[in-house]
Ligand binder design. Structure first.
Ligand code: ATP
Length: 390
């Protein structure tokens, strides 16, 4: 299995409407430090796009450029087909962009009630309509009971919801969210994230959300732009990034992997748990084999043979090992169990591997096991960093 098995990017559907956001070849530097290098992306109406990547890769800089908090140095920004940021051209200020901002520490106005906070950006509406619109948003976020409260009496999660209601109240065509859930504890974060996703979909706003958390990106996004060092490494649906990663960085960013080195011979590469077919890398190439923990299908030897690979051997290869692989340790992680396995391959090749199995599966230390590989979660890349198939 290689990274090229299914298409890695969907071409933008031809649409009669301009995307709510289009960024063209954006480059941005702080002094001599190049923070963003030639980034292009678009967000369609009603679409949630996540900028995902490690700290310092340029996510917030991109968001600040769209918000108008940074001027465009190179490239261009269009909102709804209208150019609003070009180098050397008049800069459209943030408040004239019809963009909603929800940042990690979006502070509420302490001297205003919750209702007045949400109504704040609706000054173009008559008083009665302002209040009705603000109330509508508070209802959507389950905060209508707190309309008369003041921010200091609310919990962090409640404040976050009010901040979101305030950003959404003027019906922006685009919402910009920068790590909006990161200050919340895990359980609250899950709930507010879920609420936010449903409200965004209900109001039909496009959204560009910054996060460094791959699970959050997969939960929220229609498409993800995975960034590294100011570049987009891969852009696509969560399924595309997870199941057809373009390079090892994309695989490893989404979680722990078992990694081993090998050489392609006869269109296959040997591992201690069998051979892996490789379609598009030349024989003789040194490769990195990345195996997700969930790709290892574990069967204890007293299980029925249909749980194993067709002929009861490891992987799909020819390994008739003298010794079976065995369990070193098994830990329950909650929704899944993590097994540390000592895999015994041909020619005395041993490897310490991690396997993740859904639910409670805690075989004893030393328990002999057979390992079968799910090839859809095994990725092979040339060791020299060249793209597979290149
Ligand atoms: N105002 C600034 N002045 C100088 N350098 C900056 C400034 N803002 C950001 N940088 C640098 O630009 C790079 C990109 O920063 P940015 O905040 O866009 O990254 P990020 O991906 O959002 O990081 P994080 O997830 O930590 O917020 C980093 O190396 C950062 O140190």
């Amino acid at each position: 299995m290689t990274s090229q098995a299914i298409p890695t990017e969907i071409d933008r559907q031809v649409s009669h409407e301009a995307p709510v956001l289009a960024m063209h070849h954006i480059r941005h530097a702080y002094g001599k430090h190049q923070a963003v290098e030639d980034v292009s992306l678009y967000v369609e109406q009603g679409e949630v796009v996540c900028l995902l990547g490690p700290s310092g890769c340029g996510k917030t800089t991109l968001l600040r450029i769209v918000a108008g908090l940074e001027t465009v140095q190179e490239g261009g920004v269009d909102l709804g087909g209208r150019p609003i940021g070009r180098p050397g051209k008049a800069h459209v200020p943030p408040e004239k962009r019809n963009v909603g901002l929800a940042f990690q520490d979006s502070a509420l106005f302490p001297h205003l009630s919750v209702l007045d906070n949400v109504a704040f950006g609706l000054e173009s509406l008559p008083g009665k309509q302002r209040r009705a619109r603000a109330m509508e948003l508070l209802e959507q976020l389950g905060m209508e009971g707190y309309a008369k409260s003041y921010p200091h009496t609310l919990s962090g999660g409640q404040q976050q919801r009010v901040a979101l209601a305030r950003a959404l109240a003027p019906a922006p065509s685009l919402m910009l969210l920068d790590e909006p859930f990161s200050s919340l504890d895990a359980r609250l974060r899950d709930r507010i994230r879920d609420d936010t996703l449903h409200v965004l979909k209900r109001v039909g706003a496009g959204a560009l959300l910054v996060t460094h958390d791959p699970e959050e990106a997969m939960f929220m996004a229609d498409r993800i732009a995975l960034m590294r060092d100011g570049h987009i490494v891969q852009m696509g649906t969560p399924l595309e990034l997870y199941c057809a990663p373009r390079d090892p960085f994309v695989v490893t960013f989404f979680g722990e992997v078992n990694e081993m080195a090998g050489e392609v011979q006869g269109g296959r590469v040997k591992t201690p748990i069998g051979e892996v077919p490789v379609d598009d890398i030349a024989d003789g190439t040194q490769v990195r084999v990345l195996i997700r923990p969930e790709a290892l299908k574990i069967a204890t030897l007293d299980e029925p043979p249909e749980a194993l690979s067709g002929d009861g051997r490891h992987g799909d290869g020819d390994d008739s090992h003298g010794q079976h692989s065995h369990v070193v340790m098994a830990k329950l992680l909650g929704r899944s169990s993590l097994l540390h396995i000592c895999a015994h391959g041909a020619d005395g090749w041993e490897a310490h591997l991690h396997a993740r199995v859904p639910g409670v599966f805690l075989p004893e230390e030393g328990q002999p096991v057979l390992i079968n590989l799910d090839p859809s979660q095994v990725f092979v890349f040339p060791a020299d960093g060249a793209a597979a198939g290149a």
